[in-house]
Design a protein around this ligand. Structure first.
Ligand SMILES: Cc1cc2nc3c(=O)[nH]c(=O)nc-3n(C[C@H](O)[C@H](O)[C@H](O)COP(=O)(O)O)c2cc1C
Length: 182
């Protein structure tokens, strides 16, 4: 697909077919993330791919969190909804960053570029993706579970074959979000 077409076609996918996707396809998508620009070329991202049992453990932790912390967050519905998406999608990519307080903002921007590259490549390959932040409520549990306490969970991406294509969510008009001076 043309780049512009891929950008226009990408959607957050929250319904997936009960179909696996191959390691080769997942690695192709991760590789496009790897090629993203990063501040000072730090490439401060690290991917952990989960399927089956460990992926279920993630959704269990998220559900437990919403049950035990309802006074702490107004986002329980969102967390539960996202946990259900993670459950459905065959692949969950966790994206960690090495802890480095001096680089939090730049590294976060870089990881954004990395994730968007992945989501666009997924679209190009007919794979649906969901960029996920709701997982950070269980970040410490997951870092402990996977022995990655030296890193911080930044976000995650669910991948799978889309079951239907949602309509594009509304976007602000360009004229309302820009100024141009000559
Ligand atoms: C940083 C970031 C975090 C997000 N986290 C979640 C999430 O935890 N759960 C979810 O369902 N969607 C999540 N989304 C998806 C957004 O809701 C979605 O991108 C937005 O509504 C626009 O829809 P679209 O992606 O289909 O264009 C996230 C998107 C971004 C960029």
């Amino acid at each position: 697909m043309e780049t512009k077409q891929v950008i226009e076609k990408r959607r957050s996918i929250r319904n997936f077919k009960n179909e696996n996707i191959s390691k080769e396809v997942v690695e192709d998508i991760l590789n496009c993330g790897r090629l993203a620009p990063s501040a000072k070329n730090r490439q401060n991202w690290y991917f952990v791919v989960l399927k089956n049992t460990l992926k279920e453990k993630v959704t269990d932790l998220m559900m437990e969190y919403t049950k035990s912390n309802d006074e702490k967050t107004n986002f329980s519905n969102s967390i539960e909804h996202t946990a259900n998406v993670i459950k459905q999608a065959p692949i969950l990519v966790l994206v960690f960053r090495k802890k480095d307080d001096n680089w939090i903002v730049s590294d976060n921007l870089s990881i954004g570029a990395c994730i968007e590259n992945m989501c666009l490549r997924a679209t190009d390959l007919g794979v649906g993706s969901l960029w996920i932040r709701d997982i950070v409520y269980v970040a410490d549990d997951l870092a402990g579970l996977l022995g990655h306490e030296d890193m911080e969970l930044n976000c995650a991406v669910s991948l799978g074959i889309p079951n239907g294509m949602p309509k594009q969510k509304p976007r602000k008009e360009l004229k309302d979000i820009m100024e141009w001076y000559e």
